[in-house]
Every structure is written in C-alpha cells, then in structure tokens.
Design a protein around this ligand. Structure first.
Ligand code: G6P
Ligand code: 1S3
Length: 619
C-alpha cells in the first residue's frame, strides 16, 4: 500500500459541457425510464443522481417521463396545476384525448419537471398495441407477463405524448432519451411513424448477457459466437430481447454504460454503441476532512452495537481492533462475485490465524433472499443486550450521584470504593441479565430464517468451509438476507450510514455492466474492491494512473483463473489488515478527495456528447 500519489484524471479538471446555450434554447430533452419515481435498482440511481446536473444545464427544456405505479408516488411528486410551456400544452392535449396524465415536479434534488403515465389506463387497448408491435416489428408478446404488459402500455402512452410534444414544440427539436428495454418500446414505432423525435437509447446491460453470464462459465470466451435467437428462446426471454434489439437498432444514437457492455452489445445486439456513458454520483464534499472521518466513527459505533448484540452472548473480542468488511447487492451469487469473495475471505481467515493476528474482521453479506422471519435468537440476544445497557446506565447514574455526595463530604481526599455505591437490587438485576444472555452456542452466521436454508449458496459455502464463527476465527460472518434500512431492528440505520461505518466494500463481480456499490463506497471515503469485469473497474483502470491508491482495488478476473483471482483478492485484504489506524485514516482521506472524479459535474459531459449527436441527427 502506498497512500500518497496522483491520478491521471484530476479533480480540478472538470470537463467542459458540450452543448451550447443556443442549442439548448432550440431543443427539448425528455428522458424516459421505468425507474423515474419508481425505485427498483441501479437505473434509479443513475436518473436521480444526475438530475441536478441536467436541470442546471437544460433548465425548463428538460423533462422526465415515468410510470405511475409506485404505491407512494404521490408522496414524492407535486402536481403542477397549469403551464403554457410546450410540455404543459402536450399534457393538456393528452388529457383532452382521455388519458390520465400526471404532470408535476419530482420532489428530489433538482426538482425536475416530470410526467407520469399509469399503464393500467390503457389496458383496454393492450391487444391492439401488441398487435402493432407484432405486425410491424415482428415482436410477439404473449400475455401473462405482468411486467411486459405494463411496460408496453406505458410505452404506448410515451409515444402518444412525444407525438403531441413535437406538435407543440414550436419547431424546437425534441430529443427522447430512453433507458433500458422497459422504456425503449416506443422507439421502433417512433421511427416507423416518422414522429420527429431524435432518439437516444441507453442499455444498462443486455438481457441475454446477464442470463448467459449466470449460466455459462465460459461466457466471455463464447461471447462472439452465441446465436442470440437460439439463446433468447432457450431462456424464454424472446419478447424482451427483441424489444431491446429493436430499440438498439432503431435509435439515432445508441449508448451504454461501459466498454465492457459495449462489447456485449456488439455481439448480442448486433450494434456497436456510438457513445459510452459512465455512471456518476452526486459526491457530497465536506468543508473539513475531519467531518467525514467523524461520521465514520459515529456510524462505526452504531455497527459495534449490532456486532455486540450478535456475538457477545457467545464470546467477546476487542472492538477497537475490529474491521468491518461488507458486500451488498442483488443476489446473483456468481455474477456479483460472492463466490470469489467468500473464497478469498476463507484464505484470509487462514492466513490471519497462522499469524495469530489480534485483528478481528466481521464480514457482512447484505442482500435480499426470501426469508420467514428474523432468527428469534438473534432478536432475543439484541434485546437482552439492551437490558444490559439499561442496567449499566442505571448503575452509572447511582454511582455518579453517590460519588458526588461522598466526594463533597470527604475530608481525606481519597476516592471511595465505587462498588459500594451500587445497591443490591441493581447488582442482582445485572447478574441475572448477564446469566440469561451468555450462551455456549456459536453466534449464528445468518440473521434470518431463510425459506431455502439448505440450498442457499452462501450458507453452503460457509458451512462446507467450516466458517461458522468459531472464537478463534479471525474472519467472522453476518449474512443479512435483507437490505438495511432505519426500520430494520438489527441495524436501524440507512444503508449509506452503514457504508460510512465500515472499512472496506468487496464487490469483485463476474458480470457487472457498471456497478454502483464500489462507487458508493469511495464517495464516502471507504476503500473498495471491484473487478476488471465490472464496467466501473474497467473505467477506473483506463482513466486513473493507480486506482488502488485511490481506494479502488481492481481484482483481475478476465483471465478466468478463479484460484489466482481469489489469491489476489485475499492478498489485497491481508495487506489492508496490516495498516494501522493512522494509515487507515490517511487512506480514507485520499479515497474521499479523489472520489470527486466520479461526480456528475464531471461525468455528465458524456451525456452531452450523446445529446449533441441527437440534436444534429437528420430525422
Ligand atoms: C475517524 C475518527 C477517529 C477514529 C477513526 C477510527 O478517523 O475521526 O477519531 O479514531 O475514525 O478509524 P478506524 O479505521 O480504526 O475505524
Ligand atoms: C444495471 O443494474 P444491475 O445491477 O442490474 O444498471 C446499473 C446502472 O447503470 C449498473 O450499475 C449495473 O451494473 C447494471 O446491473
């Protein structure tokens, strides 16, 4: 580890935006995504975090379109009563035609103009809309797939709206930017009907790529040779794959999030993207470095509470010498690199045991799996620990009061025996509570009762490797098969607070078009691991002189040698464990100061390039 240095990109080199004020005044940019006001995954983060940079530049010439499906949508959406802008007029016209159209501001940072359509409002026309897709674009969409039906109904309303907007646009050029196949459905119809909208399509993964990577250990080797039609039929995803292809081929400007996915697009969709649009974040910077360091300490102490509740009924360890590692994300065991992470941690555990290391590592695996309930033992232990805390608080109070009187009345300046100040009732209560807490069994490796405990890949690995939280294990595990939220009884904190309190995020994915999780870490000054098969890792390798110095360790997975990759990852973690506290603090400072390279202020210029192409495209 070296904790000083520079990178090829520099935070002060904010890229210049690419579209002139004049061009913006003659255009309207409409971004369409299924995740506008509807959080499902990574695309929500892209759209939402990018808004301030888009609104700052495009102002009232920018608008988002999304579905009105989220049960709480009205809480984050404020309707606009009336507007004479082209967007407002198109909304009015569409309402006059009988459609239910929600027009307002999305109440997130940047407050963008937003139009939402309820897919169910056109379900009576679904047969007709589907017939058109089949007749003109050879996309047959059988019934029974609720998600597909909703996106088709939504796409139809987007098409109608864009048609009206072009009529109301006062000869301004309308640019429609569609994210992912769910939003891309109107593209082929826009082209067929020659609606004068300049279209940009961004795919955030290819559907086939994701399925193939999950199922074929030689995915990257075979990539150039797959027969898309055959594979789409095999995985039973033909309608969606055809929609994705139609959007990719039909768009004026085709884009994706990384060079890795661009390669996938070329082979699986048959079109090379025109632009790569790397994903950014709104990086929150503090005036003083110690502010974010203080936050680390504050949230680490909250994690300490969860860890004490989990382990200390069985045995204790030195929290001052404990490091918190974690991985998180959707449960795709192989694609998200959980297999490699666990193998590397097994090796790390062995090496640290050999060293007789005094350090304890607690590894959190945060994902979403079907479960019946939280393990009652885990909840019980947490509750009793709270009782221990209450007893201690009361004893502290008793001792404090009595000590004050004793000290004030003392004539010989000697400190009295403090234990005499604790009354018998409190002694007994504390002893009984501790007795009912302490247990001979090992701390569980999983916090919930899983629906499929016996077949769970994480549990199977840990049990087979005998990594079941023995006292002498240096790496201990808490598998938490639910996302973290403030209402969660075990952590009771926001995910981003949890990230800040940890020391390292581990995400060596096998298939990952971009990957926000490591980026979220470094935005909080927390070092992280990604892989050269993730779009983000690949981008970091190509754009920074030494990503590792900036807290982005990129595990090599391209060569396909699992054992070598596991050793590389374990070695990196082992070296991190050797750092002392001062070095960890300095490292976090360095990570945080370079994270600004991934701010939208810097990366939105790639979107500008795509929009510029669309503005100048012949329709
Ligand atoms: C931050 C705090 C320090 C604390 C440190 C712990 O830097 O400002 O007061 O000592 O975190 O760092 P560690 O890497 O041991 O969690
Ligand atoms: C996709 O979401 P995912 O986790 O299914 O889009 C994200 C945003 O572009 C990207 O970060 C991720 O790698 C993709 O896989």
């Amino acid at each position: 580890f070296s904790i000083s240095g520079s990178s090829a990109l520099h935070p002060s080199k904010k890229l210049k935006r690419k579209i002139t004020k004049r061009e913006i005044s003659k255009s309207i940019l409409v971004e369409v995504a299924w995740e506008v006001c509807n959080q499902m995954g990574g695309i929500y983060t892209v759209i939402r975090s990018k808004i301030p940079s888009m609104v700052e530049y495009w102002g009232e010439h920018y608008c988002l379109l999304g579905p009105y499906v989220h049960s709480n949508v009205s809480a984050e959406f404020e309707p606009i009563s009336h507007s004479r802008s082209p967007i407002g007029r198109a909304v009015e016209k569409m309402r006059e035609m009988g459609y239910e159209v929600h027009y307002g501001h999305w109440l997130v940072s940047g407050r963008p103009q937003t139009v939402l359509f309820n897919p169910f409002n056109v379900y009576d026309k679904l047969g007709e809309i589907k017939y058109e897709l089949w007749e003109h674009h050879d996309i047959s969409t059988p019934g029974g797939d609720e998600m597909l039906d909703q996106t088709i109904a939504f796409g139809h309303q987007v098409e109608v709206f864009l048609q009206l907007l072009t009529e109301e646009a006062n000869s301004k050029k309308v640019v429609g930017h569609f994210h992912e196949w769910m939003a891309g459905i109107p593209i082929p119809q826009i082209r067929r009907k020659s609606i004068p909208v300049s279209t940009v399509f961004t795919t955030h993964a290819t559907l086939l790529g994701r399925y193939l990577a999950m199922n074929d250990p030689l995915f990257y080797e075979y990539l150039p040779f797959y027969d898309w039609q055959k594979e789409a039929t095999h995985f039973n995803i033909e309608p969606m794959v055809k929609i994705e292809r139609a959007a990719a081929h039909g768009s004026h400007v085709f884009t994706t999030v990384s060079e890795l996915t661009a390669n996938e697009c070329e082979h699986l969709l048959g079109r090379k993207p025109d632009e790569i649009l790397p994903n950014g974040l709104n990086i929150e910077r503090f005036e003083a470095l110690h502010e974010f360091q203080n936050l680390h300490l504050e949230y680490k102490e909250r994690i300490h509470q969860a860890v004490m509740g989990h382990f200390f009924q069985s045995y204790s360890f030195d929290l001052n010498n404990t490091l918190y590692f974690f991985t998180s994300g959707r449960f795709e065991y192989k694609n998200k690199g959980y297999d490699l992470t666990l193998e590397a941690l097994a090796r790390l555990n062995w090496w640290l045991k050999q060293d007789k290391s005094p350090v304890t590592i607690v590894m959190f695996i945060i994902t979403k799996r079907p479960f019946h309930s939280i393990n009652p033992m885990v909840l019980h232990s947490k509750a009793i620990m709270e009782e221990v805390r209450q007893c201690c608080d009361e004893i502290q109070h008793q001792v404090g009061e009595k000590l004050f009187y004793a000290a004030a009345a003392s004539l010989d300046h000697r400190l009295p025996n403090l234990s005499e100040f604790v009354d018998d009732y409190m002694r007994l209560r504390l002893r009984r509570t501790l007795q009912s807490w302490k247990s001979d069994s090992l701390p569980p490796i999983v916090t919930h009762n899983l629906v499929n405990d016996a077949e769970d890949e994480v549990l199977n690995f840990l049990r087979n490797a005998n990594l079941i939280n023995y006292p002498d294990d240096r790496v201990k595990f808490i598998y938490h098969p639910d996302f973290i939220s403030p209402t969660n009884p075990l952590f009771g904190m926001e995910y981003h607070q949890f990230v800040r309190g940890c020391h390292m995020g581990i995400f060596p994915s096998y298939y990952e078009p971009w990957g926000y999780t490591p980026l979220e870490c470094i935005a909080s000054g927390v070092p992280s691991v990604t892989s050269d098969l993730s779009g983000f890792g690949d981008y970091a390798l190509k754009s920074m002189k030494d990503p590792e110095e900036n807290g982005i360790s990129v595990t090599k997975r391209r060569h396909g040698n699992f054992d070598k990759s596991a050793n590389e990852l374990a070695t990196f973690l082992y070296n991190y464990v050797q750092l002392n506290r001062r070095e960890r603090i300095a490292f976090r400072n360095q990570v945080e100061s370079n994270s600004v390279l991934f701010d939208w202020q810097y990366l939105a210029s790639h979107y500008d390039k795509a929009h510029k192409r669309a503005i100048v495209a012949d329709l």
